[in-house]
Design a binder for this molecule. Structure first.
Ligand code: 4AD
Ligand code: MG
Length: 461
């Protein structure tokens, strides 16, 4: 079996050789006695041209095949270095592996991304989505490589959890109870002790709390898995199911994990530029003009760093007419985030030290008692790509915070114990993997960078 990728990468090895290729017809045309097929075998962004003629006993049958039929081709490799296509295959035998129907929806014309979402099972066969999902795979591998090469231990945090890490109440309930006949306790509330786990459980919104437990044993750890949020925000950047990478580092303070995040983002950019050149050039031509420049700039730049308080000043002075108000104490909206990285700094920027009221309970309280040691990394085209913080390692401060927020203290006893037994300073962040893929490809809707998107009202595939 020959892979088309290898034909392109090691062309000269195939001169005068016989090859065997299996794949799907992208285009087919024929005259009376000979024809051309472009076949894509999935190993490479481009296909290979097959020449076939009526010396094949099934010539007529092949010539009639609709696109997307699958074939097994044997043939001679013809080297044509002067031609536009540097090689082609002269078929000596073609076996029809699977015929396609003439109503195959992906005909030659260009389709909108909206339409392709309605045929998400077929869209990986298009150029754009083939490129997106190859880059997605490579970026995942690059992230594992980055952390493994730097001595991080990969931790599998649970999917079903009993706590709400972000405290935002945006969780999907996991239950075996019959929702029509819920058991009630004496107060008339649902009796969760009768549920499978004996308590209320949810799909995880973040693996961070588990990662902290492991960081306090291994020092450097990361998670990489699916996370779930029942945010009812129907935006181009939010999915109900998305993948998150969460490194957590013991003895690290906020600037240490900002350095780590910067190094990681640059590593992944470098990796995909090097390992998916055809795909990245395609995005640069057809999805976002200037993509390669934008990524090269980020790769070579030093990311900017400003405090939230400075960022608010910059936004106030901008003279821009923002839709949402800019006021110390209010959270930054996407339009503000994008203004900062696209107009002010023109590169990725870390914003640090947010007001404690708008951030999660576990973030370390700063000396001013007003802000926390938090950071968001904002990138052009996206806004927030990463959210992270130094964690509150002081048991009394953390316990007081959990009380103050009326959180269910029973759910966090083990998390507090981490502070009790050799708890030390530690910090980490979460990177939204789909947002990273959007950043790397120029795709503007999160639904188009995850194979089968889960968003409000949409779990079709
Ligand atoms: O800022 P977030 O909520 O931070 C956390 O979950 C922390 N526990 C991370 C940590 O410190 N270990 O989420 C982290 C990132 C965001 O910056 C964003 O990129 C992504 O996750 N994200 C989403 N991506 C897609 N759809 C959603 N609904 C997302 N919510 C967050
Ligand atoms: Mg965040």
């Amino acid at each position: 079996q020959t892979l088309v990728k290898d034909l392109y990468r090691n062309t000269e090895n195939y001169i005068d050789q016989q090859v065997r290729i299996s794949g799907w017809i992208r285009t087919i045309r024929d005259s009376k006695t000979f024809g051309f097929i472009e076949i894509n075998d999935g190993s490479f962004f481009k296909g290979v041209q097959i020449v076939f003629d009526d010396s094949l006993e099934n010539y007529k049958e092949i010539a009639k095949l609709p696109i997307s039929s699958s074939l097994k081709v044997e043939g001679d490799f013809i080297y044509t270095p002067q031609a536009k296509q540097p090689f082609e295959i002269k078929a000596t035998n073609i076996e029809i592996a699977g015929t396609s129907n003439v109503d195959y929806p992906l005909q030659k014309k260009r389709h909108t991304f909206e339409y392709l979402r309605t045929i998400a099972h077929l869209r990986p066969r298009t150029n754009t989505f083939a490129a997106v999902f190859r880059v997605r795979s490579l970026a995942a591998y690059a992230i594992h490589r980055f952390f493994q090469e730097n001595g991080f231990v990969y931790v599998h945090s649970p999917i079903i959890t009993g706590s709400d890490t972000e405290g935002a109440g945006e969780m999907f309930r996991v239950t075996t109870l019959d929702m029509d006949n819920l058991p009630k306790n004496e107060q008339g509330q649902t009796d969760n002790t009768q549920d499978f786990f004996g308590k209320e459980t949810n799909l995880t919104v973040s693996g961070q709390l588990s990662a902290e437990a492991f960081a306090l044993a291994f020092r450097n750890v990361y998670t990489f898995g699916p996370t779930f949020r029942a945010e009812n925000s129907n935006t181009a950047r939010h999915a109900a199911e998305f993948w998150m990478i969460e490194p957590e580092v013991a003895f690290a303070e906020l600037p240490d994990i900002m350095d780590l995040a910067e190094e990681m983002v640059k590593y992944v950019i470098g990796y995909v530029l090097e390992n998916a050149p055809e795909e990245m050039t395609f995005f640069n031509s057809f999805v976002e003009k200037g993509l390669l420049d934008r990524l090269q700039n980020a790769h070579n730049a030093q990311f900017a760093r400003v405090t939230y308080t400075e960022a608010i000043e910059l936004l106030k002075q901008s003279g821009e007419n923002f839709a949402y108000p800019v006021e110390w104490g209010l959270d930054l909206q996407t339009e503000h985030e994008r203004y900062l990285c696209e107009k002010v700094f023109k590169k990725p920027v870390f914003v640090t030290d947010y007001p404690k009221e708008i951030k999660a309970f576990y973030m370390r309280l700063n000396e001013d008692h007003k802000t926390v040691a938090a950071t968001d990394l904002l990138v052009p085209g996206i806004g927030e790509l990463i959210g992270g913080s130094q964690r509150e390692e002081r048991e009394d401060v953390l316990a007081a915070k959990i009380k103050e927020l009326n959180m269910n203290e029973d759910d966090y006893w083990w998390y507090l114990e981490l502070r009790k037994y050799g708890g030390t300073k530690h910090s980490g962040y979460g990177l939204g993997f789909e947002r990273l893929i959007m950043y790397l490809t120029g795709m503007t809707n999160i639904r188009d960078v995850i194979p089968f998107p889960r968003t409000p009202g949409n779990a079709e595939f």
